[in-house]
Design a protein around this ligand. Structure first.
Ligand code: PLP
Length: 367
């Protein structure tokens, strides 16, 4: 260690040493043994499309070349899929990277930013990193509270508001018409980050045609969930071309490697695979619902690939006991959401393992 102060900015020096998530690998290292069931990070249990696997295998042979920084082929396919122009799509290393870019684009130190208290934390993490002032509103009936978010935007004069739809960690959703009405409530100077990481699993009412005419609406999608490519790190934004052109000024143009780009492109060409994943997730959600009924828990309705199981105050203890039994799940960090544990839909074998451990440990945790 040196005594000379390092030239970090005061903002960075003042940041707490936190990470958005402790990864399961770190838990394994800490415990000195592997996890048996990994149903905590909302990763897909259903693999990747065989077409994606083959495309990625071939791309590995060209990995000594730089990737296409314009992700041209992938953006062309996405433009066709969503009926938008190439200039309205920005590809990046997952929604997480896009969240950081949008925050960087809009947030100056001290600027107000609005989000829901307890929602997906990576957005807030980036807001902190750029010195934004986070203004949060509570959930209402286990849903993000759109009226309260809009009111908070007006009160704080925020220029950025975050909404995950469907939401993480509870899995609840709003219909597209409600999101549209929310956007209509926002002042002209406020951008809406609409994080649609789980949209493939959502009920039909959540889907709305992608429109990129309104520069305030920045939609984000990912290949991490339904496409099963979380470790490949690839996602994209659908937005007005002025927003995309501005992201182009600051993004890491070589962030998305060629293996990921090839896999994502091939996966788009395999809609039958995607439908199969969604069906398996729906089946898994029904199974968790039945398990909850059996165990006297409440399974919150979910439009995602996970289910929040309401257990009340013993939720944290249950999480610890599950981990002691080598089952990795997560739970919301703040009240009143922290009365639930959040369990990703695993394979049938993983679901059976979760069920077995829950049956075994719940009486002890409750007593
Ligand atoms: C709401 C939400 N947004 C974004 C992400 C991360 O997406 P990506 O892997 O594309 O960075 C997650 C992952 O759990 C999520 O729950």
């Amino acid at each position: 260690m040196t005594d000379t102060p390092l030239p970090f900015t005061p903002l960075i020096q003042g940041l707490p040493a936190v990470v958005p998530f402790v990864p399961p690998e770190a838990l394994e290292r800490r415990r000195g043994r592997p996890l048996k069931v990994r149903v905590g990070a909302n990763e897909s249990a259903f693999g990747i499309s065989p077409l994606a696997r083959e495309a990625m295998r071939l791309a590995v042979d060209q990995v000594s070349w730089y990737n296409d920084p314009e992700a041209f082929e992938l953006r062309t396919a996405l433009a066709r899929l969503h009926g938008v122009a190439l200039e309205e799509i920005c590809v990046a290393a997952g929604v997480d990277e896009l969240l950081g870019l949008v925050v960087r684009m809009v947030v100056e130190p001290g600027a107000a930013v609005v989000t829901s208290r307890g929602t997906y934390p990576t957005f807030s993490f980036h807001v902190g990193g750029f010195g934004g002032q986070l203004c949060t509103v509570p959930y209402q009936g286990d849903h993000t509270d759109l009226d309260a978010l809009a009111a908070e935007v007006r009160r704080s004069n925020a220029r950025l508001v975050y909404l995950a739809n469907p939401d993480n960690p509870l899995g609840s959703w709003h219909a597209a018409a409600q999101v549209r009405a929310f956007l209509d409530q926002l002042p002209a100077h406020c951008l809406l980050v609409l994080d649609e990481a789980y949209v493939e699993f959502a009920p039909a009412e959540v889907f709305s045609p992608v429109e990129t005419q309104d520069p305030r609406l920045i939609r984000m999608r990912t290949f991490s969930k339904a496409h099963g490519m979380a470790g490949a790190r690839i996602g994209y934004t659908l937005a007005h071309r002025q927003v995309v052109a501005t992201l182009d000024k600051i993004r890491n143009h070589f962030a998305v490697n060629r293996v990921a780009q090839a896999g994502a492109l091939a996966s788009l060409g395999d809609p039958a695979f995607l439908r199969g994943v969604v069906q398996q997730v729906e089946e898994g959600r029904r199974e968790y619902q039945a398990l909850a009924d059996e165990l006297g828990l409440r399974a919150l309705p979910s439009g995602t690939n996970f289910v929040a199981l309401e257990i009340g105050p013993p939720a944290r203890r249950l999480l610890e006991v599950l981990l002691e039994n080598d089952v990795f799940v997560r739970m919301p960090g703040v009240a009143p959401l922290d009365r639930c544990i959040r369990v990703t839909v695993g394979t049938p074998a993983e679901r059976a393992a979760v069920a077995q451990v829950l049956r075994q440990v719940l009486p002890q945790v409750r007593s």
